[in-house]
Design a protein around this ligand. Structure first.
Ligand code: FAD
Length: 303
């Protein structure tokens, strides 16, 4: 099968992530329509290539050795944001903060929580992203999922949502998302967005290269209700560094790339934080961040 138009070889992926580490994808493309997307999926299937979808790369670590497959980033129509009555229909590649801001301007409420989640609509569905008690599943109406076998529409109850996870597999691409919102006064919605931005500025570092939460908050009772960040902090990880990677001084569950960090340095630091929390509290932290490619977890990772 002929190489589809726009497919590029050896594409550096680090710059498509917010932490900016990692190597190249064997193949990369930016489909802009559902037609282009299905052509790429069919090509990857026929060429026996693994598929990796990149949203805003805001919870993503790319392996230093890169990704042996086809990486795609949705663009054009597949990143659009449209209003249909009380619905917001977004391409899977639409940025969530832009969707929240647009909805506010149109007097549609319910997706305010997205203002502080620097990911895409598709990435938010895959990760079941949430903030400040906003429930993605409450406003999500349907998603169109594209695979090499075709596209189908799924309801939230079919997506297997659990804490920061869904049942979507690597070959399944969220191409379109519909949010059913409710009318409200644009000024009140915008005031809520501003309040949420303010709260976030107080709690989290800004302007740094990071992928947000590194570990999930544990359900283990030995954590005694503490978050991953609180456990890491108590275990002395705030500001801890490995090479150019360090746990943020402001939020211990955020890893920061302070310069030219590698993914290996980030993984080493994660392993050290995880080991310290385990030694101190007996709690095993599990990563929230997703890895594209073969992650070389350091020896100390297994506890
Ligand atoms: C400063 C900061 C603050 C954050 N705050 C929050 C927060 O408050 N709440 C929260 O939940 N998260 C938060 N995050 C994490 C992150 O923004 C979310 O997990 C977000 O949903 C990831 O979306 P993304 O588009 O960046 O996905 P990526 O990071 O690009 O990818 C994450 C996963 O989703 C998959 N994926 C991406 N797009 C698609 C698609 N279209 N179809 C299928 N799979 C796809 C990827 O393959 C990968 O497995 C924060 C991150 C940062 C950097």
């Amino acid at each position: 099968m002929k190489l589809p138009r726009g497919v590029q070889p050896d594409f550096p992926l680090g710059r498509l992530t917010t932490v900016r580490t990692g190597g190249t994808a064997d193949w990369f493309a930016r489909p802009t329509t559902e037609g282009e997307l299905s052509e790429l999926l069919a090509w990857a299937h026929e060429a026996d290539l693994v598929l990796g979808t990149i949203g805003s790369g805001s919870n993503l670590l790319v392996a230093d050795d890169g990704f042996r497959g086809l990486a795609i980033k949705l663009d054009g129509e597949l990143a659009g944001i449209e209003r249909e009555g009380e619905r917001l229909v977004c391409g899977g590649g639409a940025r969530l903060p832009s969707a929240s801001a647009k909805a506010a301007g149109w007097g549609l409420a319910g997706i305010e929580f997205g203002v502080n989640i620097p990911g895409t609509a598709g990435g938010a569905v895959k990760m079941n992203a949430n903030a400040y008690g906003g429930q993605l599943a409450e406003v999500l109406e349907w998603v169109d999922v594209a695979t090499a076998a075709g596209s189908d529409r799924r309801r939230p109850e079919q997506l297997g949502f659990a804490y920061r996870s869904s049942n979507l597999g690597p070959g399944e691409v969220v191409a379109q998302v519909s949010f059913h919102l409710h009318p409200d006064d644009p000024a009140s919605i915008k005031a809520r967005l501003e309040e949420m931005r303010g709260k976030r500025r107080e709690a989290q570092p800004s302007g740094i290269k990071t992928f947000g939460s590194t570990f999930k908050n544990p359900e283990d009772e030995r954590a005694e209700g503490r978050s991953a960040g609180q456990l890491l902090e108590a275990a002395g990880c705030r500001g801890l560094r490995h090479g150019a990677a360090r746990f943020s001084e402001k939020h211990a569950n955020f890893v920061e790339n302070t310069g030219e960090a590698t993914t290996a340095e980030v993984l080493e630091l994660m392993a050290e934080g995880r080991r310290r929390v385990h030694d101190r509290f007996g709690v095993v932290l599990e990563p929230e961040v997703q890895v594209l490619g073969e992650a070389l977890w350091p020896e100390g990772w297994a506890l």
